[in-house]
Design a protein around this ligand. Structure first.
Ligand SMILES: *[C@@H]1O[C@H](CO)[C@@H](O)[C@H](O)[C@H]1NC(C)=O
Ligand SMILES: *[C@@H]1O[C@H](CO)[C@@H](O)[C@H](O)[C@H]1NC(C)=O
Ligand SMILES: *[C@@H]1O[C@H](CO)[C@@H](O)[C@H](O)[C@H]1NC(C)=O
Ligand SMILES: *[C@@H]1O[C@H](CO)[C@@H](O)[C@H](O)[C@H]1NC(C)=O
Ligand SMILES: *[C@@H]1O[C@H](CO)[C@@H](O)[C@H](O)[C@H]1NC(C)=O
Ligand SMILES: *[C@@H]1O[C@H](CO)[C@@H](O)[C@H](O)[C@H]1NC(C)=O
Length: 542
């Protein structure tokens, strides 16, 4: 065999699917296919052992049959150009079919060229596609580079199944998915003698499955209780992630008993876009009877090394629901009861807050008046002008308050009219009396502010708000809605420190008014006087 043919056979074997290139871009194969209308070239592969011999002349021949040759020259066709080892066609046409020879000294190299028609409905020629397979999830890469025409290329486009797609820097690169399968055509546009040509290069890319195996798993919990009713049907659905060749099957005790009502259905398999297989298989149990209950129905997936099983047990619905249901209901009832009791206690506590506090004071025998060195439990401030229209307030302040608080509950009040010796410096006197008192009781009325008692109020407020020595109790004797006449600082008092006198309801010692007042008064050991009636003597208030 000729040296060239030997090498050719060797390289054809090696590069069967890869390329037309050796040393980058020479034509190795014997059988060459070209597409009409595209630029095309034949280039002899100069092997490293062959050094260019300047004196060797190179000749190109074309023959329609082997051993029938016509020498080619640049003048034989305007479409053909010759450069030593290279023969170029601009472009190649159907009439260029045939055998081509390169002669170097007495060595001849031969090719056979098939020019095929351009496909009318496709952007590539099927005979010229290069097959390529890519494993799913591995890197899919399509590079559009033409080594031979590189310098002439003006623009490159990439088509997938003949539709143009976006890509970056002449190459598409991504993780392969099954939907990526298809024909990828690189189309190179190039200028030659001011004429635009295009050359295509097409890859038939097939996405193949991941050959690595997964460990198959049955999906869902390992043990499942299914509530059923006798006489009904049930379907148990078992699904598994597995490899293509793994098996999924159902098994259950059937040695001793007849299970003619249990049927295994056909397996359904689907493949995800990532190539993973999901199989599911239904076990159908019709007209359930006692024998079908309380046994294991196992669904197993088996691979060479491993198995995975999911078991189902059929239980009567009432058995399934009763046990946890009982516990659940009882728990709920207890929780609701406890919650109810807590809510009731809180409500009672809020409503009877004052009574509870008073009871506690009494029970503990608390007395906070012993050590503070003050003389009076409260200084009573009221409108002292005794005009007829203020008569009731006056009576309340100088008669009712002392009668109840002093005689019945054992407090000591300071009432100006009664306890201050006339004459002397009134203002200083009042100030020192307020200092000696634990509470300042103000009996409010509309004309209160306009009066001289304003001083008492301001002095008390100073003690209460600035020095925090005295607490203020407001008694709203006649109801009024407009509080704007009160000094700003008084409005800061907490609302529970304002007591409303209700003429008819507040008469009894047990009424809310007196309880609230006691609650606001300092804690003191009560010395009840047995002879006091339970209800105040009727007052001439109305
Ligand atoms: C170069 O060609 C000449 C004449 O054909 C020949 O004598 C010589 O051996 C060749 N040299 C090589 C290195 O092939
Ligand atoms: C492309 O590849 C697929 C899968 O290998 C094959 O079935 C199809 O025939 C190929 N198409 C061509 C035109 O070679
Ligand atoms: C492609 O050709 C056009 C028209 O001849 C020219 O304007 C443009 O610059 C060329 N682009 C490249 C990248 O060669
Ligand atoms: C490529 O060239 C051929 C022949 O010159 C022409 O018929 C075809 O329209 C060109 N394709 C594109 C996309 O320009
Ligand atoms: C069984 O479960 C699988 C996976 O959850 C689901 O794809 C399939 O549709 C189910 N079959 C039936 C009949 O419900
Ligand atoms: C079902 O699976 C359980 C746990 O894997 C096993 O103990 C039992 O023998 C199996 N039963 C059948 C009928 O295969």
């Amino acid at each position: 065999m000729h040296r060239g043919q030997l090498l050719l056979a060797f390289f054809t074997f090696m590069c069967i699917s890869t390329s037309d290139s050796f040393e980058g871009h020479c034509t190795l194969r014997y059988n060459i296919t070209a597409v009409e209308g595209e630029p095309f070239y034949l280039k002899y592969c100069l092997f490293p052992s062959e050094h260019e011999n300047e004196s060797t002349t190179i000749k190109w021949y074309k023959g329609n049959k082997p051993h029938e040759r016509v020498e080619l020259s640049s003048s034989s066709s305007p479409r053909v150009t010759l450069h030593d080892y290279v023969l170029e066609f601009w472009p190649v046409e159907l009439e260029d079919n045939g055998f081509y020879f390169l002669q170097m000294g007495n060595y001849t190299h031969e090719w056979e060229l098939h020019v095929i028609r351009r496909s009318k409905d496709r952007c590539f020629a099927e005979k010229r596609v290069k097959n390529k397979s890519v494993e799913v999830k591995k890197r899919l890469q399509v590079s559009c580079e033409h080594i031979y025409y590189r310098k002439l290329i003006n623009r490159t486009s990439l088509y997938k199944n003949c539709e143009m797609i976006e890509y970056n820097k002449n190459q598409l690169q991504k993780n392969a998915e099954f939907k990526d399968q298809g024909y990828y055509t690189c189309m190179f546009f190039l200028y030659h003698h001011a004429k635009l040509f295009n050359v295509t290069d097409t890859f038939n890319i097939t996405i193949v499955e991941d050959h690595s195996n997964i460990i198959p798993v049955v999906l869902g919990p390992k043990l499942n209780h299914v509530g059923v009713e006798l006489g009904n049907d049930v379907q148990l659905n078992c699904s598994a992630l597995l490899n293509k060749k793994n098996k999924l099957y159902w098994n259950f005790q059937e040695e001793n008993e007849e299970y003619s009502n249990v049927h295994e259905e056909e397996e359904i398999r689907t493949q995800s876009s990532e190539g993973k297989w999901l199989a599911s298989k239904i076990l159908r149990i019709e007209n359930i009877n006692e024998k079908n209950l309380n046994i294991l129905y196992n669904c197993t997936v088996a691979s060479e090394g491993a198995t995975d099983t999911r078991s189902f047990i059929l239980l009567k619905k009432e058995d399934l629901i009763d046990i946890p249901g009982h516990v659940f209901t009882r728990g709920m009832i207890i929780a609701v009861l406890i919650l109810g009791i807590v809510v009731c206690l809180v409500i009672v506590g809020v409503i009877y807050r004052v009574d509870l506090a008073l009871f506690y004071r009494h029970f503990m025998g608390r007395d906070e008046t012993l050590t503070d060195g003050k003389t009076y439990d409260a200084f009573v401030s009221y409108l002292r002008e005794c005009r007829p229209e203020h008569g009731e307030e006056h009576t309340f302040a100088v008669e009712i308050l002392p009668r109840v608080l002093e005689k019945h509950f054992g407090y000591k009040l300071c009432i100006f009219e009664r306890d201050v010796v006339p004459g002397g410096a009134v203002v200083d006197e009042i100030h020192s009396l307020i200092e000696k008192s634990r509470r300042l009781i103000i009996v409010l009325s509309k004309s209160y502010m306009s009066n001289e008692v304003r001083y008492e109020l301001e002095s008390g407020l100073h003690e209460a708000l600035v020095e925090r020595k005295i607490k203020i109790i407001l008694i709203e004797f006649t109801p009024f809605s407009d509080f704007t006449f009160l000094p700003q600082s008084l409005k800061l008092l907490k609302s529970h420190r304002v007591l409303k006198w209700k003429a008819d309801k507040s008469l009894s010692y047990n009424s809310r008014f007196w309880k609230n007042l006691l609650y606001l008064m300092p804690a003191k050991m009560v010395k009840p006087c047995g002879d006091e009636p339970e209800v105040l003597p009727m007052l001439s208030l109305s």
